[in-house]
Design a protein. Structure first.
Length: 146
């Protein structure tokens, strides 16, 4: 797959002592981390890798992900498939014309994800429809000092 040259609008900052800190994407660009199994195609466990080649993509996911890519967002597929499934996964993504930047294997299995990071994190649970995102108010858990 020919990858688009990654031209990121990263803001580079220095701390007060002049040392570098991690660069930050401009606010309008999202770093999407998107699950594969059960989110953009059927939920295929690692124990049945033969299905990874023949499964069909969810078309609303394909359209939405490719739209986000064309809008300039970063698309990273983040999956619990392991490195031994990388080739079949990359071939499948290419075969179905998914546009993306990176593929991370080895996401912990089992769900109940709770991501803690010094950068802003938002999460969206996939429940069967892959659309543009809308805003809703929810209760979330934060550290006590916020
Ligand atoms: Mg999944």
């Amino acid at each position: 797959m020919e990858k688009r040259a990654c031209k990121l609008n990263l803001t580079k900052k220095k701390s007060k002592d002049g040392s570098h800190v991690s660069p930050i994407l401009s606010a309008e660009i999202k770093n999407f981390l998107i699950d594969i199994d059960g989110t953009i195609t059927d939920d295929i466990p690692n124990e049945e890798p033969e299905r990874m080649e023949t499964c069909e993509p969810y078309l609303d996911a394909l359209q939405t992900v490719n739209k986000w890519y064309e809008e300039g967002h970063q698309i990273c597929f983040f999956t619990s498939r392991t490195e031994e499934h990388r080739d079949v996964t990359e071939n499948w993504l290419e075969k179905h014309n998914f546009k993306y930047h990176t593929l991370l294997m080895g996401k912990p299995r089992g769900g109940n994800y709770h991501w803690i990071d010094n950068h802003m994190v938002k999460a969206t649970r996939y429940k069967g429809k892959f659309t543009d995102l809308i805003e809703k108010e929810y209760k979330i858990q934060v550290f006590k000092d916020e």
